[in-house]
Design a binder for this molecule. Structure first.
Ligand SMILES: [Zn+2]
Length: 256
């Protein structure tokens, strides 16, 4: 649970009539929550898993897990967010576990979930990216080629892919200069007629400390099926990454 989660919980308690401030360092939920012998009860402001998940599991809990490990599909691949815990999900969980120094058994249990809770904010976005960064077109995600809810959900997956890429590149900040575009926003910036920006899948990255080519090269390992960068028309000043069907990578100046 992030400190934001703790503050949110505190504000809920205060709103419920608690008269005295609880010291910030005190986990307000710990005193009354039952604690199992094997693992401590954890609550998270975004989503809390109720038990371990392994190959063969299915349902919403698996789908929520898949969103969080979408950045670990293996080079050139994209993880299906389908609620079915198959071999691809197991391998993605193993890569996530390895990336964070956990036992890489491919079973999502307490250690894996606790790491995810550390990495996510109360709105379910990963701690180093925000919905606002992924949408500088409008505030309600409307007017794209998919429903607002779908566009926002696609952007969430994109953010988790970026979080994985950021970690793999040494946890240095990644600059996001835009993401979702309504059809009108896309037209006004001269975007391609079927741009993945209108689906919420795409993000345009600034050079940051990594440089456009390093970003484009790393993106190949983190679930981005569309990568456009230096040498591709119109992409000498940013690296475009996106998920979605089919693969198209082109950044000739970067060897892609
Ligand atoms: Zn773009």
């Amino acid at each position: 649970m992030s400190s934001r989660s703790a503050r949110a919980l505190l504000s809920v308690l205060t709103g419920a009539g608690l008269m005295f401030a609880v010291p910030a360092a005190t986990p307000a939920f710990a005193s009354s929550a039952p604690v199992a012998a094997a693992e401590a009860t954890v609550t998270d402001g975004c989503y809390t898993w109720s038990g371990a998940l392994s190959e063969g599991a299915s349902g919403e809990a698996v789908r929520q897990l898949q969103i969080r490990v979408a950045g670990y599909p293996g080079s050139g691949s994209q993880l299906a967010i389908d609620g079915q815990f198959g071999p691809g999900t197991k391998a993605a969980v193993q890569r996530f576990q390895s990336a964070y120094g956990l036992s890489a058994d491919g079973v999502a249990g307490a250690a894996t979930f606790n790491k995810i809770y550390e990495l996510q904010d109360d709105d379910c976005s990963p701690v180093n990216f925000t919905y606002g960064e992924l949408n500088n077109c409008n505030s309600d995600w409307s007017g794209g080629k998919v429903s607002a809810a779908t566009a926002r959900a696609n952007a969430l997956v994109t953010m988790w892919k970026l979080q994985a890429m950021r970690h793999a590149m040494g946890d240095k900040p990644i600059t996001v200069n835009g993401g979702f575009r309504s059809v009108a926003c896309n037209s006004s910036v001269g975007g391609a007629a079927n741009s993945r920006h209108m689906y919420g899948h795409a993000a345009d990255l600034g050079a940051g400390s990594q440089g456009f080519c390093a970003l484009a090269q790393a993106a190949r390992n983190h679930g981005f099926t569309e990568i456009l960068g230096p040498g591709y028309p119109g992409h000498d000043d940013h690296t475009h990454v996106a998920g979605g069907d089919g693969r198209f990578w082109s950044a000739p100046s970067c060897g892609i």
